[in-house]
Ligand binder design. Structure first.
Ligand code: HEC
Ligand code: HEC
Length: 351
């Protein structure tokens, strides 16, 4: 059992890992030809990421909801939002986001360059006017000089703002975890209990069916029937956000939409009703609460959810009948095995 699980994991990892080894930033993260990484552009993107000018009322930057101290998330079930409004989903970690084939819980954005514009203009996130933010950045001489260094000429525009932020995001990498070292041949990298948890992960727990490859995610969408939070369903601010997004995505029933339709909103394919993207499990110990709506506060809760075969009616998951020992081992593997070596984050000085 143990050996088969390991072989399956390695086989599934091969396409991205090469011959099982560590993920190398700048080498394994795909870089678009039209937006090459340069140190100047990355540094500029980092400043913009933490610049509160990007929000309408000047209180929020990208790091407000993707905080390096909180696994590039914000520690809340549903994310922060523009004052008086409410967000409707959990803020995902940005670790290894450069590896994601689609972005957002429903995959509605495809590139980091496209994605960066959404939160800036989104009424319930940064609520900034896009023409205005261009002028704000353009008016800061230090920025103009940095755009010149990053792009070859001093032109500041929204597209370049997004390109610089995307370049910075591609450097947010978690790679040096005990699992990486274990797969790289260091048989002692995982503690004996974490190793048992890894066997549950790849064997009886069947987690590896969807959580595989270098990012422990299959880039697909699944209907796990994660339940709605009844408190959220009662909140008119969340209803407004949900209906607003549904209207933007031309969902006819947006005015009476009472739950999160997931991937369906984008594809309008019935099989995608409440399907959500498999998230990465890297740095999972620091990105609670979990799931697209943060319904599960702890990894114990998530493990109970999968052990029960998801919520009632799930066609994708089956009860696992894990023993309490197996659940503990699995949790330890997730916490210990997938956490990279901590590094101190250096915040930029905003011009
Ligand atoms: C008010 C909170 C908030 C702010 C501010 C915010 N985000 Fe997010 N971010 C979220 C939430 C919530 C999601 C998930 C939304 C969804 O799936 O519909 C998200 C998703 C993302 C994703 C997709 C990650 C993935 O794995 O799919 C990226 C990339 C991202 N944000 C980058 C940014 C950048 C860049 C900025 C600044 C320009 C920013 N965010 C500002 C809350 C925020
Ligand atoms: C059929 C595919 C599938 C299987 C099997 C599966 N997962 Fe997942 N997992 C998902 C999807 C999809 C989500 C996101 C659900 C959502 O956001 O509503 C998820 C979410 C999670 C999360 C929360 C991540 C976050 O950042 O919010 C954890 C932790 C997790 N899974 C661990 C496991 C473990 C442990 C197992 C095995 C016991 C497992 N998964 C089996 C598809 C799967």
């Amino acid at each position: 059992m143990r050996k088969t699980g390991w072989l399956v994991f390695i086989a599934l990892c091969l396409p991205v890992y090469g011959f099982a080894g560590q993920l190398e930033p700048f080498k394994d993260i795909p870089i678009p030809l039209q937006n090459p990484q340069t140190p100047e552009k990355i540094e500029l993107g980092k400043k913009l990421f933490f610049d509160r000018r990007l929000s309408g009322d000047g209180t929020m930057n990208c790091g407000t909801c993707h905080d390096p101290q909180q696994g590039y998330s914000d520690g809340l079930d549903i994310s922060l939002s523009y004052p008086t409004t409410k967000n409707w989903r959990n803020s995902p970690t940005l670790f290894n986001v450069g590896l994601q084939k689609t972005l957002f819980h429903d995959g509605r954005a495809e590139s980091l360059e496209d994605q960066a514009i959404f939160p800036m203009m989104s009424a319930y996130e940064m609520n900034q006017n896009l023409d205005f933010v261009e002028e704000e950045i353009r008016s800061v001489p230090e920025y103009v000089a940095e755009f010149a260094k990053a792009f070859g000429d001093p032109e500041v525009n929204l597209q370049r703002i997004a390109m610089a932020i995307a370049a910075f995001e591609r450097t947010i990498v978690s790679n040096d975890s005990p699992l990486d070292r274990y797969l790289g041949g260091d048989t002692k990298a995982l503690s004996p209990q974490a190793l048992k948890g890894y066997e549950v992960f790849t064997g009886k727990g069947q987690c590896v069916n969807c959580h595989y490859g270098v990012n422990l995610a299959d880039d697909k969408f699944h209907v796990l029937n994660v339940k709605e939070n009844p408190e959220h369903l009662k909140d008119p601010r969340i209803a407004a956000t949900r209906r607003f997004v549904a209207k933007v995505y031309k969902y006819e029933g947006y005015r009476t939409l009472a739950e999160d339709p997931g991937r369906y909103l984008i594809t309008k394919d019935q099989k995608d009703w409440k399907a959500f993207r498999t998230p990465t499990l890297r740095e999972i110990a620091s990105t609670a609460p979990y799931m697209h709506n943060g319904i599960h506060a702890t990894l114990d809760e998530v493990i109970e959810f999968f052990d029960a075969g998801g919520e009632k009616g799930s066609k994708v998951l089956k009860p696992l009948q894990l023993t309490s020992g197996e659940k503990e081992d699995l949790k330890l593997f997730l916490e210990e095995g997938l956490t990279g070596t901590p590094t101190t984050f250096k915040y930029p000085k905003i011009p």
